[in-house]
Design a protein around this ligand. Sequence first.
Ligand code: CBF
Length: 830
Amino acid sequence: SHSADADDDTTLMAPTPQRRQNDSATFASEILEKLTYAIGKNPAAARRHDWLEATTLAVRDRIIDHWLESNQKTTESGEKRVCYLSMEFLIGRLLRDAISNLGLTQSVTEALAVYDVELDMIELLEPDAALGNGGLGRLAACFMESMASTGVPAFGYGIRYVHGFFRQEVVDGEQVELPENWLMHGNPWEFERRENSYEIGFGGKVAAIDEPGKPPRQIWRPGERVLAVAYDTPIVGWRGNHVNTLRLWSAQSLDPILLDAFNSGDHIGALREANKAEAITRVLYPADSHQAGQELRLRQEYFFSSASLQDIIRRHLKAYGTLHNLSDKVAIQLNDTHPAVSVAELMRLLIDVHGFAWDEAWTITQATFSYTNHTLLPEALETWPIHLFERLLPRQMQIIYAINAQTIREATQKGLDGGKITAISLIDENNGRRVRMGQLAFVGSHAINGVSALHTELMKETVFHSLHELYPSRIQNKTNGVTPRRWLMQANPGLTALVTDAIGPAFLDNVEKLADLDALATDAAFREKFMAVKLENKQRLAKVIEERLAISVDPGAMFDIQVKRIHEYKRQFLNIIEAIALYDQIRSHPERNWQPRVKIFGGKAAPSYAQAKEIIHLINDVARVVNADPSVQNLLKVVFIPNYNVSLAEIIMPAADLSEQISTAGLEASGTGNMKFALNGALTIGTLDGANVEMLEHLGEENIYIFGLTAAEVAARRREAHSGRSIIENSRLLREALDSIVKGVFSPDGQERYASLVSNLYNNDWWMIAADFEAYWQTQRKLDDLWQDTPSWGEKAVRNTARMSWFSSDRSIREYAKDIWRAGPGAPAS
Ligand code: CBF
């Protein structure tokens, strides 16, 4: 029989929870009770935040009922659990997600109406939990929701950052970063679990211990220790059938204050240790697809990896009394290389703490871990200077050397030569000796996956070429997905109602049923309703733009949107150059049949990424000039919406006519914004990159607008030392657009501002902006033509929604569960 630990014990000791009534009258009285007894106010004194908190607490009670049941069931059945280790979880708001997944929208709305409070209004007060940068963090959030919805028992493990992703303001056209403070009003979703705290060591020494009759062992005596304290948030799946736990770690000092120092008058020094410890979980590094590099980052990575592994081991030992069967009961997914140090840490815990011999420890480690790679960008592949690693984690460094020796031995035995051995090695000898975290994650895992078909193939050919040769069956593909609950049902209630009306509610439980919509794409009446919903969503976005930026945009114009992190490879620069060329053309040829467009941008640049910040500046400079020019008034507007985040995305995705997915081919691992847009009926203009390739297969080539160089062509041009000069000289459109930038048409106050951005295109064109410009321009003009043909546009829009169901994260999760984790419903009993 299985026993359970503290977090599960509560469930075993509790009687089976009673099912609460979900009618609006019950809710109304429960909300009042929370307001009175948890918050200490009566309705007359309650502010909007108090109503939000009271409602959250009432909804949370229902989740807890399901949560206890889910934990009890998993513990009793001994089912395998997935532990998803991720440095980032970009969850956004949770109230609407919870209410909608529990089917409580109507009851809660009516209950609040009793007190004259609108659910829609208080929902907006909930801060976004922005514990992530972009695609990788949002994927982790979609996966948590999908694991709960598909009944895969799971823990998400990450960091409880006090300050999440920074708040972006635009001042005089430039990005300004401000601290984000999501915990300001407390966090009613989380439960502090002091009983689940672990000591995490750093630094110090490794001692060899030789006890008579026992093999010699190494023991790590850290020089510094901090405490990792667990905070749990329940993640509820569709219809509340299963609830999983997101366990985030917070760092605390073992000695909250150095009393001796305090008593001798050193009041600041007395808190130094506490501040140093707490700094570990204070701020999210705002680097996306870019090495963060500093010591604090490595501390964060080790801190949450070690805490999570200690937690997993404690739970397992309590249930089974042995770690020999760990991999039968636990699958640990490494979300990118950020938790890759876990490979060395689990080896340390098994060998040094639990007395395992190396070989068995290695077998368990490999069978337990799997690793997802999210990028091929060299600047994002994590490596750490050996001296730093050795100083902070001396025992783990020894273990990494031993893993490396073993891997190289194996490679040599299999006949791999010098160059390949260098590529496989966990130690990079060329750049001042560094530990390569990608190699460590790879060799320590039984499965390695890329996040789209193209990305996975490129992984085999490039970064992991030699490791793939050594272990040819380890790499597999798992194309990303997005949760249709948040990205269709909650974000687009109008479309959800229309689809339910048209094909029935079955798609709510089985998103593949959306395919039934395909037959309605040629039904004029349905198409009109579909486009009427789109118009309402555009009106909603237009209102946000008016309120935030005082720019009025016409909801009847084509909404052409690019929202994502600002990065050179994502090519917002190409998009804004096209806008400039269009602006020139509209003014030079007013007689032509131009179609009205609103070009909308949003996204944050890493604070230290100068070029990305210049691109934001340029977009805002262009917007100022274009929007003030009466000669293009109704035909072109350019908008940069500041502080793009999950909540804004929920308004933006349903409002797009055209989705820009225009990365340099071979560089966007997958993309997930591309999926959210298309699911909501936007057409895509995109390159053959990431998951666009599979979208093309599922949508059919007539329903997606693909242009530009392929990944192979980009690689070939880079080998030939391509530059943009001759292309620019031969393209009047492009040349004139670039000239206008350089001459300061958009930056009269700073003529030199964009000189280097533009000269890079002439001299190098690394991101193939000049190379792809003409094809991009022509494809945009085809889309102008299509826009005039309303029935054809509408037909394609409907087909996009109908054919995107494969890109549900439920499908991704089922594939992971079956091929990698061997967990979840239908998994073989272990
Ligand atoms: O796989 C999820 C996403 O991850 C990234 O954001 C990343 O951080 N490496 C990639 O850039 C995206 O292509 C990918 O969709």
